[in-house]
Ligand binder design. Structure first.
Ligand code: MN
Length: 228
């Protein structure tokens, strides 16, 4: 055997063992379900690109790092993972809360949004909204007020509680309805990274814009599925 052949064999062996030692990451960035510019002019393409490709990717990468030594945690769906903070090993709990919450919240957020086409809640969801908040427009006012009132970074949510009641609330940082055993129907990201390029400090203006790109077809279909 020549020295060259030996070197080739060594190189192949090295690559194979590197592959064996590097399993595929447990959590992956979902593809944005529309183009970056699909929410223009309400949400600009550059914000969407940075928000999805950089911010969301960072939550995914950091979550993968956090659970690297915990194959059982790494095998779970992220929504299930963040429901179990109380029983989580202390060494990973804060990272799962922040990075797992960030991954779950953003994966859901991309689905809640969509190109503006004047979609409306289904009749069943409309009935529940009217019962809980008097009317669609009062609901939207209260949602905007909840989102505008978040101090610092966080989210506003419409969720179903364990009795299938509608709940409007907010969460700080990347906390999430799943952590309270609720199932979100819609969420609004009010971290500055969600709007600062286009709206700077004008959060209320951003909230008016985001209401134009809520995908009520998705939200209604999720409501139907969750209500069984
Ligand atoms: Mn965000």
């Amino acid at each position: 055997m020549t020295r060259r052949q030996l070197l080739e064999i060594a190189a192949i062996g090295g690559a194979a063992s590197a592959l064996a030692q590097t399993p595929a990451p447990a959590f992956t960035l979902p593809k944005l379900p529309y183009a970056y510019d699909a929410l223009e002019p309400y949400i600009d393409a550059q914000t969407m690109q940075i928000h999805h490709d950089k911010h969301h990717q960072a939550y995914v990468d950091n979550l993968n790092k956090a659970v690297a030594g915990y194959p059982k945690l790494a095998a779970m769906k992220v929504e299930d993972l963040i429901k179990q903070l109380d029983t989580m090993p202390e060494a990973v709990r804060t990272q799962v809360r922040n990075q797992g919450g960030g991954h779950a919240n953003h994966s859901f957020f991309w689905e809640v949004l969509g190109p503006a086409k004047d979609s409306k809640p289904s009749a069943a969801l409309r009935k529940a909204i009217d019962a809980g908040f008097s009317s669609q427009s009062q609901f939207e006012d209260r949602l905007k007020a909840a989102a505008a009132g978040v101090f610092g970074s966080g989210w506003a949510w419409l969720s179903l509680d364990d009795k299938n009641g509608l709940v409007l609330d907010f969460s700080p940082n990347q906390d999430s309805p799943w952590m309270k055993n609720r199932r979100p129907l819609l969420g609004i990201d009010v971290w500055e990274h969600a709007y600062y390029l286009k709206y700077q400090n004008r959060r209320v203006e951003y909230l008016g814009a985001i209401l134009k790109v809520l995908n009520w077809d998705f939200i209604s279909s999720r409501y139907k599925d969750l209500m069984g």
